[in-house]
Design a protein around this ligand. Structure first.
Ligand code: UD1
Ligand code: UDP
Length: 356
């Protein structure tokens, strides 16, 4: 990197991180900040990775580490080692990490040990469930970061309660809201293959470890969704595909299974469905952005303001509760603004520039 130009290194690796980084990359370039991208390789299928770089114009990663799969320790450890090598060769002013995956944790550890400042985008989220790998990742990353970009006032409160406060915590809004605003009009209908497109449908996504690794939770979720009168369109996450097979379960007959879709197709599904049922963090918010009610297939959510606003209901992994919620869904969102003004990415770029 040349002269005095500010230089940041972004560490990403899993699907939601590509989507979160897309708008920020554009904003960094517009602010004259040089960015290098390290792709850890945590997600690697074409439709879990490449498609987002193509559809969202994310710059091609400068380094692709190819480290996905394995146990938590194995994946995170190998990623730390490989990220450290890159950072030693080309030391940036900041390392930017997103969200709460193992790639987030690995990027944070590699950088902080080299005394490189870390900026955490989507800081302050809490489920208060330490059994979730994501909760450990986000708590540790928040505590070690030098600059914390919180998406909501609730996130700022969580950080304050843990003693993280002052100018290093900045409430900027949610970069995923920025992305939805940018791409909403570019939605594309997915390829339905040889069967006709469903006219009305429930859109579901399931991938969270606590649901897919537990046979009783996964089968209860499938049983609950099996009661839907409308077809349930499920873009199947690779983890869920593997687990349904290895646990000897079957997808219900009213499911319309499709491979994971690109971001533009996902926007189409979210804007055309009647209802969303998901255990995804990002998809809960996108249901809200697209004006759709949401059933959250979890016992708690980090995005508590959605539940408080009445458009998102926690239904856990209880087939009766899910069946009842499908018959009597929550009300659709009423146009409230909960996630900033759509300029979180620009604010992040400006704040990074001002911190130098
Ligand atoms: C990861 C994140 C989770 C996030 C999710 C987004 C962690 C601990 N979990 O979960 O927070 O919500 O990504 O989707 O970081 N696989 C493939 N092809 C791929 C990607 C994954 O086959 O392109 C397989 C892996 O080999 C593995 C399984 O799916 O067997 C799970 O992948 P992994 O990245 O460990 O966790 P996710 O469930 O995707
Ligand atoms: N997504 C997508 N294609 C799919 C499923 C999800 O593009 O088949 C997008 C979705 O629109 C959202 C993000 O992936 O922007 C959410 O990621 P995911 O559910 O994998 O992880 P989480 O948000 O739970 O960490």
């Amino acid at each position: 990197m040349s002269g005095s130009m500010m230089h940041v290194t972004t560490v990403i690796g899993a699907r939601p991180q590509f989507i979160k980084a897309a708008q920020t990359s554009r904003a960094l370039a517009a602010a004259g900040i040089a960015e290098e991208i390290i792709h850890t390789g945590q997600h690697f299928d074409k439709n879990m990775s490449d498609v987002f770089f193509q559809q969202m114009g994310i710059p091609k990663p400068d380094f692709h580490l190819g480290i996905g799969g394995g146990t938590h320790g194995e994946m995170t450890g190998r990623q730390i080692e490989a990220i450290e090598k890159v950072l030693l060769k080309n030391t940036p002013d900041w390392v930017i990490v997103y969200g709460d995956t193992n790639s987030t944790l690995a990027g944070m550890i590699a950088a902080t040990k080299l005394h490189i400042r870390v900026a955490h985008v989507e800081a302050g989220l809490r489920s208060f469930n330490r059994l979730m790998p994501e909760e450990i990742n986000r708590v540790l990353t928040d505590h070690a970061s030098d600059l914390l970009f919180a998406p909501t006032p609730t996130a700022v409160r969580h950080l304050k309660a843990e003693g993280i406060k002052g100018a290093k915590v900045q409430m900027v809004g949610d970069v995923m809201f920025d992305a939805t605003l940018h791409y909403k009009s570019k939605a594309e209908e997915p390829d339905w293959g040889s069967e006709a497109a469903p006219k009305q449908f429930v859109l579901a996504t399931i991938h969270r470890a606590e649901n897919t690794d537990d046979q009783s939770r996964l089968s209860a979720i499938l049983d609950g969704l099996a009661t839907s009168k409308l077809p349930v369109v499920l873009p199947v996450h690779p983890r869920t595909k593997k687990q349904v097979e290895s646990l000897g379960l079957q997808f219900p007959a009213n499911f319309r299974l499709i491979p994971p879709v690109g971001y533009l197709e996902m926007n189409w599904l979210e804007s055309h469905c009647e209802l969303v049922a998901t255990d995804s963090g990002g998809v809960q918010k996108e249901a809200f952005f697209h004006g759709k009610p949401c059933l959250t297939l979890r016992d708690e959510t980090e995005w508590s303001e959605l539940v408080e606003s009445g458009c998102n209901r926690l239904v856990g992994a209880d087939s009766e509760v899910i069946a009842d919620a499908l018959r009597h869904p929550p009300s659709a969102p009423s146009g409230q603004m909960l996630y900033g003004d759509g300029d979180a990415s620009e604010k992040i770029a400006q704040l990074l520039a001002s911190f130098g």
